[in-house]
Design a protein around this ligand. Structure first.
Ligand SMILES: [Zn+2]
Length: 80
């Protein structure tokens, strides 16, 4: 019977350590730096033509600028 209690305690300790490690890893690492964890908070970029914010993965990029659509990509940055 003593062995069973020991196993249960070890499992509980392992779960507690695992949960602690996961929580520490999430809070210390800023989102989007490792590539894999970027799905929860995608990096937003603003369209160089109309200024709308959209995820970088959905934006068209050209010359270091980002555009929300193919039309704005063709029109290029808005001239003030
Ligand atoms: Zn746009």
């Amino acid at each position: 019977m003593g062995r069973l209690i020991l196993i249960v305690l070890l499992v509980l300790l392992a779960l507690w350590l695992l949960r602690r490690a996961l929580a520490a890893g999430r809070s210390k690492r800023p989102p989007g730096t490792d590539g894999a964890g970027g799905a929860a908070a995608p990096e937003l970029v603003s369209c160089a033509h109309c200024g709308v914010n959209l995820p970088r993965t959905e934006a068209r990029s050209a010359g270091g600028r980002h555009y929300c659509s193919e039309e704005h990509w063709r029109l290029g940055p808005r001239q003030q």
